[in-house]
Design a protein around this ligand. Structure first.
Ligand code: 3H9
Length: 699
């Protein structure tokens, strides 16, 4: 039974129990609807609505979206709650999210334990609150606060929510007894039926112009996304229309969102993120190892960032660098970063100090003897890594997990330098490590199952999205990035400017264009890496000659004020540079490339198809467990627009046949070997199968 009903003296209690998150599946909606009807007929005087398990209702059941809706709808349930002739009190613990919070808003009073939070996160799924949220919230807290809450999708803690007026009472003590006492208090005081639908929107001075400004800001913050603008439309409707008209307007906008490709993509990413945490063949029986002390080797930007990630999650860290000065610099940078967060008002001074205190510096490997996990983040050289791992093998306690943060090197080779390859794993963080959400967990041939299980659980604990990858050059993300970067270079030498290429890709929704990213990272990195390669290993000179020419003229990117672009020394504002176009032309002439005008469509297609084709190879080779994992890597690590669902989802939406034929066409036009379609893609197209068909037949 998903919903139970009991009468306890003058109070009726409706309890929802639909693990894991009490989503509003059909059974829950029906159960609450029936219970409300029952409560109208008995001699109870007030109704308390609460949930079993870890949380109040976390929203509509997302897995039911796209299927025919079975009545009663959430709107019908909410109307029944709000029309109840007896006061209904929602009692919240955990999180009341989306439809769950809308359910609570249809009650006459809301109380919550202090640790609870409420929110309307629909925007993260390309949706808007579709069961009255956009109409009831402004009536409670005003238009401006409603806009901020609903367009951000952020959760609001119980205390703050009470200050705002979203919750009426923060409860002391255990949920149910405290909520019952609150209900009895309301009864004793003759509290009225407080129906939000009957309230008017408080005036908060938000006029047409302010609304327009808000829209423009949103356009920047949520570039390319449809749902945020529709949320503004709905909230404006709350001010200008009757409650019922507003509800009808909201319902129509919700229907548009749910049918949109953007929402389908964002829902795909929601479930993709959750399935990424699961490793095929490793069940719940495999217990993760306990991690309560972590060592990090290398106090550079990466090591320092990783140290902050653990300190932020409450885990003590020893940051080791053999170079005393390097260590001091690293610790000072960490202190500076915390200082910046405090000055932005995002962290209290006290909390920042507590986090910083969790990081201690050391120059002695012996200080890692009792660490449960050590992550190496030193210079990307196999010799250096080998030295580090043999040292770790000497000093670390048995059972400690030894991880490398390498981006490209072979984790099997690194593991082989130790006497315990089963404990060695890749943990590939992305820069800046304390900001980027992706964590590639690299499984070497001998990595033990419980080490993998630990890495996935740890990923969640430190707020990262962990994705499993196999060993190959560049793992999932950087291996695909290489193909993408190649197209950026080729498009340039063939005649596209950096602005055109970056413009096309940012309009598609990428967080940054590939050349702006190059300037940010520093063009010298690739240059130095190429220095140690043979001509053959470097590959086609057309794919790096422009970058090399820029570096040789001292244009290393943002840090030298010039790279593919020129940067203002004060503001860092970017502008195009005719000098770069000259360099590109020279290189084209030198390599016998005939320059022409490239269309935006061609540029976009070549970049996306390069990613997708490599994605299929990665999938077929088993480097990624599933296509949705590749999407998660690209969305969380490489700025691919989440509202397009990642490269593989995008490929499926475009149609595999179309993708295949477009790649074939490029192969015919260019004669380039890199445009040979991935065998798996060719196979699926010839068999008329989808990625899903292939994945389910494999499992
Ligand atoms: C909405 O409400 C629309 C309405 O306005 C209008 C309707 C007309 N449905 O995240 P976890 C599953 S839109 C179905 O690992 P946590 C999840 O897939 C919705 N399933 O746990 C996972 O399954 P599995 C607005 C859901 O403790 C399991 O539950 N609400 C839903 O880290 C555990 O999830 C939201 O957007 C769902 N709504 O975090 C809230 N939610 O074990 C979405 C979760 O098979 N949910 N599952 O992998 C969340 O943000 C987090 O799940 C939550 C718990 C914070 C609740």
């Amino acid at each position: 039974m998903m919903v139970s009903y009991q009468q306890e003296n003058e109070l009726a209690v409706i309890t929802i129990n639909n693990p894991p998150v009490n989503a509003l599946s059909h059974g829950v909606r029906q159960g609450v609807f029936d219970a409300i009807a029952k409560a109208q007929a008995d001699d109870s005087k007030a109704i308390v609505l609460l949930c079993e398990g870890r949380t109040f209702v976390a929203g509509a059941d997302i897995s039911e979206f796209g299927k025919p809706m079975q009545e009663p709808s959430l709107a019908q349930v909410n109307a029944a709650l709000e029309s109840s002739s007896k006061p209904v009190i929602a009692a919240i613990h955990g999180t009341a999210l989306g439809g769950g919070f809308e359910l609570a808003l249809s009650c006459h009073y809301r109380c919550a334990v202090e640790s609870a939070a409420v929110g309307l996160p629909e925007v993260n799924l390309g949706l808007l609150p579709g069961a009255g949220g956009t109409q009831r919230v402004p009536r409670l807290i005003g238009l401006k606060a409603a806009l901020d809450m609903i367009t951000s999708g952020q959760k609001i803690g119980a205390v703050k929510a009470t200050e705002l007026g979203l919750i009426d009472r923060v409860l002391d003590g255990e949920l149910k007894p405290a909520a019952m006492a609150y209900a009895r208090e309301l009864l004793a005081n003759g509290a009225p039926l407080r129906r939000i639908r009957d309230m008017s929107v408080p005036a908060d001075g938000l006029n047409e112009q302010a609304l327009e400004n808000y829209r423009q800001q949103l356009n920047k913050r949520k570039r390319g996304q449809e749902a945020p603008q529709k949320i503004v439309d709905c909230i404006a409707a709350a001010a200008g229309r009757t409650f019922d008209e507003g509800l009808a307007f909201e319902r129509e906008r919700f229907a548009e969102c749910i049918a949109s490709e953007q929402s389908a993509a964002l829902r795909h990413i929601f479930f993709a993120e959750r399935s990424a945490a699961k490793i095929q063949g490793i069940g719940k029986a495999v217990q993760p190892r306990a991690i309560s002390k972590v060592g990090i080797i290398g106090a550079g930007t990466m090591g320092g960032g990783i140290a902050m990630v653990f300190a932020n999650a409450g885990i003590p860290v020893t940051l080791l660098d053999l170079n005393e000065e390097g260590l001091e610099r690293g610790l000072a940078l960490i202190a500076k970063n915390y200082g910046i967060t405090v000055s932005k008002g995002k962290l209290s001074e006290q909390e920042a100090a507590a986090r910083q205190a969790r990081i201690s510096g050391s120059t002695d490997y012996e200080s890692l003897a009792d660490a449960d996990l050590v992550i190496e983040a030193v210079f990307e050289s196999m010799d250096v890594k080998r030295q580090v791992f043999s040292k770790l093998d000497e000093v670390c306690k048995p059972g400690a997990i030894l991880a490398t943060n390498t981006s490209y090197l072979d984790v099997n080779d690194i593991a082989a330098t130790t006497s315990r390859p089963q404990d060695v794993i890749g943990l590939h963080f992305f820069s800046p490590a304390n900001v980027m959400r992706l964590l590639e967990v690299v499984r070497a041939d001998k990595t033990a199952d419980d080490v993998l299980a630990t890495a996935m659980a740890l990923g969640k604990r430190i707020g990262k999205v962990a994705v499993l990858a196999g060993v190959c050059y560049g793992f999932i993300g950087n291996r695909m990035l290489r193909q993408y970067g190649r197209e950026a270079q080729l498009c340039m030498i063939e005649g596209a400017s950096p602005e055109q290429i970056d413009g096309v890709l940012t309009r598609f929704g990428m967080a940054m264009g590939p050349l702006a990213v190059g300037d940010l990272a520093g063009l010298d990195i690739g240059y130095k890496a190429r220095e140690s390669l043979t001509e053959e290993q470097k590959g086609d000179p057309r794919t790096y000659c422009i970058a090399d020419a820029l570096v040789e003229q001292g244009r290393l990117g943002q840090k030298t004020g010039a790279g593919y672009y020129r940067y203002d020394p004060q503001t860092r504002a970017r502008s195009s540079d005719p000098e770069v176009l000259k360099i590109i032309k020279e290189q084209a002439a030198k390599h016998g490339v005939h320059q022409r005008k490239l269309s935006d469509e061609e540029i976009l297609d070549r970049h996306l198809l390069a990613l997708i084709n490599e994605g299929f190879r990665i999938l077929e080779e088993g480097i990624a467990q599933r296509s949705s994992d590749i999407d998660v890597v690209y969305v969380y690590g490489y700025g691919f627009p989440s509202y397009r669902g990642g490269p593989m989802f995008h490929a499926a939406q475009r149609g595999l046949k179309n993708v295949y034929e477009s790649i074939l066409k490029l192969q015919e036009q260019t004669g380039e070997a890199h445009w040979s379609p991935a065998p798996l893609l060719a196979q699926l197209v010839s068999e008329g199968k989808s990625l899903q068909d292939w994945e389910s037949s494999k499992n």
